[in-house]
Write a protein of this length. Sequence first.
Length: 521
Amino acid sequence: MTREVIVIGGGVNGLVAAAYLAKAGVPVLVVEARDTPGGLAGSDEMAGCDAGWLLPDIAQHLGLGAAGLELVVPEASVFSLLEDGGSLTLWTDPARTAQEIARFSPEDARRWPVFAQYLARFARVLEAAYAVTPPRVPNTRTRDLTTLLGLARRLRRLGKRDMVEFLRVAPMSVAEWLDDWFAGDALKGAVGAGGITRILQGPRSAGTAFVLLHHHVGRPAGAVRAAHLVKGGPAALARALVQVAQGFGAEIRTSAPVREIVVRDGRTIGVALETGEHLAARQVVSSADPRRTLCGLVPPACLDPEFVRVVNNVRFHGAVAMVRLVLGELPRFTARATDGDGVLRGAITIAPSLDYLERAYDDAKYGGVSSHPFLEARIPTLLDPGLAPPGRHLMTVQVQYAPYHLRDGAWDAAARERLADTVVAALAEHAPNLRTAVLERHVVAPPDLEARFSLTEGHPYHGEMALDQVFFMRPVAGWARYRTPIKGLFLCGAGAHPGGGLPGASGRNAAREMLRKESRR
């Protein structure tokens, strides 16, 4: 039996690609290595984490609301804990945030609404770029020129002054950009943390202003660092995608790891599973990262050695670990901020200043785990009590910087325990009852993310979101259109344009390319 399309990997992007293809009437089979679909989103380790910003058009086109998906945007987006024991809260309402900032600096409060508008306008430019297939550069064709002209028109809508400002800001460090606007350390730390999230760079590294803009694509205007939280955790997003994909006719097989993408005469003819079973297909689309797909699943003789060298040089640099804490009681923070109904559902961060974040990066730059890390914690049981046993709460903590490659030693049990100790100690400085409240703790280090979810170097974005690894250079220059040198083989994971942090965007774009007439031949 020859299927039309096989999707490798049942993560969010793979499921979105399968849903779009199946909705268009294409017979699709998804093969997932794990025993449950959803990839990282479908795992217990990620319960309660921010799954990323789900673009509204994807949710609407696929009918995810009808599949039971419930998204919540907390009123308090960031509750930033400061070194002096105080706190700064960023609200989704920019006027309310300005009132909060005024406690520290009336001048910063006055500038805040204007900055938030700039951030939203610049993010909309990126959103337009993310919705299209990147043009071929430099060998452009008519369709590529149309794409470039459309993006140029979008950029020109900013007006001459703001267009120049956008071009100035994107390659800057997030520290330089924020220094242009604000004086307060607390504000710059809380906002600047968005420019280093899941990247092995510090706030004074070039291009981190772009990372901040990237993480605001699709978000409500003025809602700086706002998050989509999924009721039921990221696993609920995975379940909704499975439901809609199967509803459109897609078939999903779990416990079906792929050993090889089968190639004959320069064209894929299907996949071989680790069980030895061969599955034939006219097209294959992989949601695995580019290196794992092209240098791990494609037979080496099928690709040009220079192309393989370039793919192997894609930077991953996994630097994030996850710590899950099961609590017997809620942490009692000495400084407090709550949503309108009295419950704190947003992110709880330790990023008190840009200097703090830069020092945290210094440790990782030389292969060490940060002794005073940037932390972003959430308590998902405040939104969904069913994520923990009755009377208990779950706290998930994203830890940065915890590099995949350690200078001294390895990610053994002792290293994981030290990381958990560091996290609990840092949070306990602001919530003294936390030490005794912790009943269980579980560490997921970068090598765990690689082993369990096939994430090279433990990077959830399938490669750093640096300026030289985005748009028409993602995953590599000349191959940013979801196609590969193997005819019939496509990429749809976060390692393809537009990258990580936008669940399903790469899958949607790849499916659109596969449905084009020239791709069906």
